[in-house]
Each structure stands twice: as C-alpha cells, then as structure tokens.
Design a protein around this ligand. Structure first.
Ligand SMILES: Nc1ncnc2c1ncn2[C@@H]1O[C@H](COP(=O)(O)OP(=O)(O)OP(=O)(O)O)[C@@H](O)[C@H]1O
Length: 238
C-alpha cells in the first residue's frame, strides 16, 4: 500500500459563483518533493490555503497523514509546517529570539528544550552564524530560510511552501534549493512547493502537479530527461 502523506481528493473552492479551484485530486507519497505549478492566478495559493486549513474547501477532502484537514483540522495540521505567502517575523528581534517565541507554542515548556530545538533548526537552515543578529539585517534569502526554520519547529512530516523562491537572487535560490533537498534527503521530509519558476521546480521536484484556471491539467512523476518548460507550455495552451 502507498504511504501517502498528503491526499487531495476532488477539492474545489467556489467564491461568489466562481471556481478558484475545481475538482483537483492528487497524492504525495512520503519523502517526495512535489512541485505545484501554475501561471499567475491559476489557483496555487487558494489550493495551499485549503491544504493548510486557512480556508475550507467548498467540496472535497484533504488528508494529511490520514487525518482530515476539513474535519480534524488541528490533528491533521500537527503534521504540517508551512510558509504561506511571506513568513512573518519581528524584525527588531534576532532570528534566534523569533524562533524561541514560536517554539514555546509547540508544547516545549522547558527552556533547555526550546533552546535545543531552536539551535537544531538554525543549524539545518544554515543560519547559525547570523542567529543573534536582528532579522531586519537579513537578506530575503535568509528570511526565507528563517521561515523554513520556523516551520520545522514542530517536527512536521510535510512542509508546504508557497512561492519560497520569489524575489531571490541566484545565490539565495541556490541556498534555498540546497536546504530543500537536504530536508528531503537527510531528514526524510515530504515537501509541496508552489512556484511559477519552472527551472527551480525542475531542479528539486520528483513529482509535478500543474493547474490552470483552478483545474488540474497534468500530474505525474518527473522524468529527469523531460523538459518541464515544454510540458508546461503544452499544458497551458491545450
Ligand atoms: N477571496 C477571493 N475572492 C475572489 N477571488 C479570489 C479570492 N482569492 C483569490 N481570488 C482569485 O482567484 C484566482 C486564483 O488566485 P490564487 O492567488 O490562488 O492564484 P495563484 O496561482 O496563487 O497566483 P499567483 O502566482 O499570482 O500568486 C485569481 O484570479 C484571484 O484573483
């Protein structure tokens, strides 16, 4: 039997009579990086907001580790770490203190447990050296990695990242890519990452889900000889 961490079954979102997402189904197995692709306005963020319990689907079911995001929201979301839109920090606090604040929300009561966990996620995200500097001095790439560090505090099985590479320079993208691949290979995380940056998605993803005007147009495992740009354009023009 397949070990699916995420199951999205016939999910739709309709607002004011218009479908923003329509009848989308896909599964992501454990340890897989799945790229969610679509042009601007395709419905990626709407879908991600449903997957992370921020809004409810009009129809359909979302299971994370076999628990329903719709009916057992809190239990299902225990398995998830997410960055939806931009991660939020207190810019006048250090990276470490931002993480400490949040860690306390993850049932970590003892100071040493908090400090240990924060140190661990800082190390994973490659932020140890700058951990005690204020976040307002961080580059965009560092902020994105701090956002990922935040999302790792609860030891999630599934990471959901909405457009994490947006606005990053080539070095920032390379560091982010390295982190995402490490999270998969070394820590066994399952990752759903949305983007319209085809090249970045091609470099990290094992699986692709493509949507257009809210509807699924292609899904499958990515064959590394396959040119994602050609496939994407073909699907968008269909
Ligand atoms: N609350 C809302 N009410 C009505 N329409 C909405 C709402 N939220 C989003 N939309 C519309 O739904 C469509 C999908 O938006 P969404 O933000 O999910 O797309 P996206 O694929 O994430 O796009 P982008 O890459 O530009 O962020 C867009 O046409 C958007 O204008």
């Amino acid at each position: 039997m397949k070990n699916n961490v995420l199951v999205c079954r016939n999910v739709s979102k309709r607002i004011k009579g218009k479908y923003l997402v329509k009848d989308v189904s896909f599964e992501v197995e454990k340890g897989v990086i799945c790229g969610l692709l679509g042009s601007n306005g395709a419905g990626k963020t709407t879908l991600i907001r449903m997957l992370t319990g921020l809004i409810r689907p009009t129809k359909g079911e979302i299971l994370i580790e076999n628990q329903s995001v719709v009916n057992q929201r809190e239990l299902a979301l225990e398995h998830v770490g997410a960055i939806v839109e931009s991660p939020i920090f207190f810019p006048y606090m250090t990276g470490r203190d931002n993480l400490r604040n949040l860690a306390r929300l993850h049932h970590m009561d003892s100071k040493s447990a908090v400090n240990e966990k924060v140190q661990e996620v800082l190390r994973i995200a490659g932020l140890e050296e700058r951990a005690d500097e204020k976040v307002r001095t961080y580059s965009l790439g560092m902020k994105q990695r701090l956002g990922i560090a935040q999302s790792l505090l609860g030891d999630p099985d599934l990471l959901i990242l909405d457009e994490p590479a947006n606005g990053l320079d080539p070095m920032g993208m390379r560091e982010l890519r390295g982190l995402i691949l490490t999270l998969k290979k070394k820590y066994g995380k399952t990752i759903l990452i949305s983007s319209h940056l085809l090249d970045e998605i091609q470099k990290v993803s094992d699986q692709i889900v493509m949507i257009r005007e809210g509807e699924l147009v292609w899904k499958g495992m990515l064959d590394h000889d396959q040119d994602l740009e050609t496939l994407f354009i073909e699907m968008m023009e269909k």
